[in-house]
Design a protein around this ligand. Structure first.
Ligand code: THU
Length: 129
């Protein structure tokens, strides 16, 4: 399945009445299956969740724990940049060379890697040191 198409589609279902900033995320698991998520805001603002968090949760709920690739899309002049917390969430399940594509609904894309987005990431290995 096309990651961009999945992310663009799920973005339409984002619940963002407060920020009005709808975000869609799609991750491809190691199996090849695609999982999607959108941001879900809340009147108690800090309880809102990001699109990436939803996609990661859907992947784990389906029984997968490795992300091969991720795609995030929002409306704006520049491709949406995943927040710091979402970079960490992706990092739990993806390797440094994992491709992360940031995009606009208009079609602009910026491709990066997780290592470039989150250098010096804290990971499970450090809990064992
Ligand atoms: N948001 C995401 O869903 N993902 C990101 O990577 C950046 C921000 C959401 C959170 C909030 O609902 C809205 O965008 C504005 O910050």
């Amino acid at each position: 399945m096309d990651l961009r198409k999945a992310a663009v589609e799920v973005r339409e279902r984002a619940y963002a009445p407060y920020s009005k900033f709808k975000v869609g995320a799609a991750v491809r698991g190691a199996s090849g299956a695609v999982y999607v998520g959108c941001n879900v805001e809340n009147a108690a603002y800090p309880e809102g969740t990001c699109a990436e968090a939803g996609a990661v949760a859907a992947m784990v709920a389906a029984g997968e724990t490795r992300i091969a690739e991720a795609y995030v899309v929002a409306e704006g002049a520049k491709p949406v940049s995943p927040c710091g917390g979402c970079r960490q969430k992706l990092s739990e399940f993806g390797s440094g060379d994992m491709r992360v594509t940031m995009a606009t609904t208009a079609g602009a894309e910026q491709v990066s890697t997780l290592a470039d987005l989150l250098p010096g990431a804290f990971g499970p290995g450090q809990l064992e040191d």
